[in-house]
Every structure is written in structure tokens, then in C-alpha cells.
Design a protein. Structure first.
Length: 370
């Protein structure tokens, strides 16, 4: 009789367990696919060779008959824009939509030949500090090409206390919080609804409901409303905590808060539709995370949650702009920091509603009651 081998038994258990792990969709997704997608996206951001483009306006007295202006105009890092009225220009400065107003003037001295200045606001604190080195590099390139000595073609005339208007300070939290709130709504809508209705079906609770006079529509509404109430409470806590402790901007106070909550509601209802689809497709509770991650992960990475989609390669930006989370994040940022109302962000709301119609048409087809 062969002697019992503890090592052989251990290896048999290891082999069986390893097979089970590789057969588990969630293990494969979280161990391989999840990190790989992160590496792929951040790798593209770091190595794409693309960089943000900064929008500027030319001052009325800006001298455009010089090499510095020509180089600025040709730069792929700077885009010159214009506005029809001073009020429109003022609005964009206050909202932080442009990096600044550029003025180029002929210098009364021979060295330098020109001076240039930038006027902006602290609402563009994420833009004008990055613009100044770009302008300096342009000036240095012209000077090196034009002169053999250390003479400068154009010199910056800038004083932040003089040239940066104090309107509303743009903080990191003003970008991060809407993105995190949007992702919270997405995760709750997809994972929460998927697990909830799968468990109701799997534990035969839905069948017990069928023995009562309540209609199927009201069953769904009852469960969905509970999810909406919980998530709206969560949204209020997130927004107010950000405002009280970190200075998150709510331009119009309570009005802005209510508009953000309405946007959150629209987004949550759309994302819950994805949850209904996942609960209908999943045949076991272990199959829910892989299906849900196929929906949430691309939006988490590409929806402008942590950084602007302008940081992505050009070919990736249309994909980002097609995602519903991108438009929810954009709308909430514009409402919170720029002070826009719901009518102003109607394009983003319209895209969210279009996604909602498409998602619920699919959900009706795949959702299972039994």
C-alpha cells in the first residue's frame, strides 16, 4: 500500500483551486483586466506626446506684426479665440474658461524689442501658470534664432498681484468632487441595482410579490425609489462636506446645490438602467462584477473623473465624449464652479437622456423576473 503523501495531497488541492480561480470571471477581471486597462490608459496619457491646449484672447492693443505673435499663432499648445462682446469675454474670464488675455507691445528700447503680458483671473489658476512657460519658450526660441548675443526679442511683463483678478479661486476639489460624485452614482446605479434585483430573484422574493396584488411596475419603482433616496442623501453629504471642509465652490449656494442634485438624479436613473441590464444577463452573483466592470471601468477611467479628457490622446477623446459619465461630470462642474443653470447645460442633459432611453430599451428586453 502506497504511503499517504501530504505534499501530493497539497499539490492536488493547489491544482484544483488554481483551476477554480482561472474559471472565475471576477478573478480574471480584477487580477488581469483591471490593472491592464489602468496601465493602458495612464500609459497613453504619459506617452501620447499630446499636451493640453490653452485658449487665449488677444488684447485690443496687441501688436500682431511681429515674429512673437506669429509663433504664438502657430503653436500647437495655444489656441487664439475671440468673443463678440466684452460681456462674453468677461464671463469666460470669471468662469476660468480661458487662460488669459495676451497683449504684445513694441518696446521703446532696443533690448528687448517687444514686451508681452497676460491678464487673467484666479478662476484660471489651473491654466495661466502653465501658459507662461510656453510663452517664454517661444520667446527664447526666437531670440536664439535672431540674435547671437544674449539679447531678448520679447520679455514678459507680469505681476500676479496686478494682472490676476481675484474672482473665485479654482481649487483641485472643484474638479475632483464632481468626478467622484459622478462615479459614486455610477457604481451605486450599476452594482447596487444589479445585486439587489439578482438577489430578489434568486431568493424568490419577487415570486412572493407576485402572490400579492401589487403590479410589477410598482415593485420595480418601490425598490428603485429606495436606491434613489439613499443615493441623494449620499450626494448631499458629499457636496456639503466638500463645501464646508475643502471650500468646494457652490456659486449660487442653495440653488447650485439643488441643480447638482437634479443632475445627480438624472445620472443615477440612467446608471440604474445599466444595473437592470447586468442583473438580467448575470446567471450567478459571481458574474455580476465582470459585467458591471465592463460598464463602469471605461467610464471611471475615461469619463474625466480625475483629470480632464483633454489630457488624453486625440483619438481617445471622441470615445470619452461618448460616455454618459463624461457629460454628467461636465454638467456638474459647469453648474458648481461656473454658475451655469440647467438650461445652459442642456446639451449634456440631452445626451444623458438619450443614453437613458437607449439603456432602458435594452433593459426591458433582457431583464428577468424569474
Amino acid at each position: 500500500m502506497q504511503k499517504y503523501s501530504q505534499v501530493r495531497a497539497m499539490l492536488a488541492i493547489t491544482k484544483a483551486s488554481l483551476r477554480a480561480i482561472f474559471r472565475s470571471p471576477s478573478a480574471v477581471v480584477f487580477s488581469f483586466a483591471f490593472p491592464f486597462v489602468f496601465i493602458l490608459v495612464f500609459g497613453f496619457i504619459g506617452n501620447s506626446g499630446t499636451a493640453p491646449t490653452y485658449r487665449i484672447v488677444l488684447a485690443r492693443d496687441c501688436d500682431t506684426a511681429n515674429a512673437f505673435y506669429d509663433a504664438v499663432k502657430k503653436s500647437n499648445r495655444i489656441r487664439i479665440v475671440s468673443f463678440d462682446t466684452e460681456e462674453e469675454l468677461r464671463s469666460n474670464i470669471v468662469k476660468g474658461r480661458i487662460a488669459g488675455v495676451l497683449s504684445i507691445r513694441k518696446s521703446p528700447q532696443a533690448n528687448p524689442e517687444y514686451t508681452y503680458s497676460i491678464k487673467s483671473s484666479n478662476a484660471s489658476n489651473d491654466k495661466w501658470p502653465q501658459l507662461l512657460p510656453i510663452l517664454e519658450a517661444i520667446s527664447n526660441k526666437i531670440s536664439n534664432h535672431k540674435y547671437e548675443n544674449r539679447q531678448s526679442f520679447a520679455v514678459l511683463d507680469f505681476d500676479d498681484k496686478r494682472d490676476i483678478e481675484i474672482v473665485r479661486e479654482y481649487r483641485t476639489i472643484d474638479f475632483i468632487l464632481p468626478g467622484q460624485l459622478g462615479f459614486s452614482l455610477l457604481s451605486s446605479g450599476v452594482f447596487g441595482v444589479a445585486f439587489m434585483f439578482f438577489n430578489l430573484r434568486n431568493t424568490l422574493v419577487l415570486k412572493r410579490f407576485f402572490a400579492t396584488p401589487i403590479s410589477r411596475t410598482h415593485i420595480v419603482l418601490g425598490e428603485a425609489i429606495s436606491r434613489v433616496i439613499f443615493q441623494m442623501i449620499t450626494a448631499i453629504v458629499i457636496i456639503m462636506a466638500g463645501n464646508w471642509f475643502f471650500g468646494f465652490t457652490l456659486v449660487h449656494g442653495m440653488q447650485t446645490l439643488l441643480e447638482m442634485l437634479l443632475l445627480s438624479l438624472i445620472g443615477l436613473v440612467v446608471f440604474m438602467g445599466f444595473g437592470f441590464i447586468v442583473s438580467g444577463l448575470a446567471r450567478s452573483d459571481s458574474a455580476i462584477p465582470p459585467f458591471a466592470n465592463l460598464i463602469t471601468l471605461p467610464q471611471f477611467l475615461l469619463g474625466g473623473t480625475f483629470f480632464s479628457i483633454e489630457a488624453f490622446p486625440k483619438w481617445l477623446q471622441p470615445i470619452s465624449n461618448a460616455l454618459p459619465l463624461t457629460h454628467l461630470n461636465t454638467a456638474m462642474r459647469q453648474v458648481a464652479f461656473e454658475g451655469q443653470n440647467l438650461w445652459d447645460v442642456r446639451a449634456e442633459v440631452g445626451i444623458l437622456l438619450a443614453w437613458g432611453i437607449a439603456v432602458y430599451l435594452v433593459a426591458v428586453k433582457v431583464f428577468k423576473w424569474e
